[in-house]
Design a protein around this ligand. Sequence first.
Ligand code: M6R
Length: 594
Amino acid sequence: MCGIFGYIGSQQACPLLIQGLERLEYRGYDSAGVCVKDIDLQVVKQEGRVGDLKQLPSVSKLKGTLGIAHTRWATHGAPVKKNAHPHLSKSFAIVHNGIVENHGTLRLMLEQEGFEFVSDTDSEVLAHLIEHVYAGDVVSAVSQALSLVEGAVGLAVLSQEYDSIVVARRGSPMIIGVGKDELFISSDAAAVLPHTRSVVYLKEGQIALLSRSGYEVVDASSGVSVHPEVERISWTLEHIEKGGYPHFMLKEIFEQPRTIAEALRGRLTDKGVQLSVDVSGVERIVIVACGTSWHSGLIGKYLIERLARVPVEVDYASEFRYREPVLSPKDLVVVISQSGETADTLAALRLAKRVGAKTLGLVNVVGSTIAREVDSGIFLRAGPEIGVASTKAFTSQVACLSLLALKLREDKGMPIARFAAELLSLPEKVSSVLELSESIKKLAEEFVSEKNFLYLGRGTNFPLALEGALKLKEISYIHAEGYPAAEMKHGPIALIDEHMPVFFIATKDSSYEKVVSNMQEVRSRGGRIVALVSSVDAEVSKLADHIIVVPYASEELSVVVNAIPLQLFAYHVANLKGLDVDKPRNLAKSVTVE
Ligand code: M6R
């Protein structure tokens, strides 16, 4: 999704801006642009990749030590040059993340005042609005403009008159990177990391003025100065580089033995489960999330209900926030989000807090909005996930949900030793599954031209079937659906023929025999079968065209081991198709609009 980067200091801004945009590419975008201030505000923008922008001769001519830049993920207006940011008014250039919801009304008002619009975007309204209210003080103008705007705004503004950048945060994150005699801004810590690890996370409703002598932060509504803490980013640059892998996604898949171990580190000890989470008096858990995080939430329901006998509901954040859910202070609302910035999940969290429910966040990105706003949290500790398709964050989410289930179980005085031991054995099992990568690549070669795929599983492996299908569709553009295996005969079975391959997750558990019967049903209708199993028996050998064997893991936790082949399969299919695995079309890493 959209990204902002900016610089003020003594170095030439343009190369730094381009480098900043490259760091933001993983978020997903369709056009990019920069504005450098020399005597004038000079803007160059382009649809397509940052690499295309970089090649433009006009970019190499941009001179100046102050600038802002943007990657745009189209919402209002097609992904074409005129809609790319920065947007200009007479004396300001702006870049904007978020959505101006009342842009129609504001546009009409500004047009009546004589302002001319050149783009179809909601964001251009901000440039003209600031111009309209400007009376000599840029911070006041931004503050006044924002008071007229409805919606989410992460904003950076350059003015023709002053050597400064004004940034604002309302509903969309903004970070100031504090270097030695230079300052950076970004919507994402990953982009400032090559320059500094000292950052200020602007809080909701704050505006900052960055000049050559430093920065000042004010609360937009009161105008009162605030003195935010400078925090240290603990990630290193190495964490966000590819480390010899052709794609971030593959690197992240292979990191999982370490990231799962990291999620568990110090949290399971002789004294029990060590989580700073108060679960006393919790009578019900409501899990809210989107996409892959929603899938891990579904797995969490199985785990918590089975291990701790606490009722769990799981909802899409986008539905939860508008369906007037019934909540009470005895509910624990668990929000799951890799990025910690997903707009719907954040709105769901705020709703839960408003009605007095306890909230808990399972978040990967430290310093993200959700991480800051939850009552308590369990960090995933997966490190930066750059590939748009979530992989290591998913297995870390399941590991953390397992810890939560064990904590609830422990609180009820039930034994946890067996499950704890199982959890701790996962990194080693995942390591051995990763050795299957080459054979899964061969399997992928056979299915690279398919148009459809069905994924089936039961128990925790049903949500995993959903996740396997999501992984395949989002990066390979092959249509794929996941179902509980037994549901197949209630509809999807009509689709089964030789053009509908079926991926069965059939590792040994209490429903294994039933899943094998479902395989039989597919086989007898001419369907082709890939079976993911933990041991090969005569029956499966007869039914399946391809078999992937993974180490046995308990019914509750097999899902972590089983996730790996599904991720690898999707990766290899997409890569064999020559697709942009890390930045699939139309998708954004961090979905900051609803
Ligand atoms: O950052 P979040 O976990 O809140 O993101 C939620 C979804 O947008 C995300 O999981 C998305 O579905 C991924 N592309 C899945 O690979």
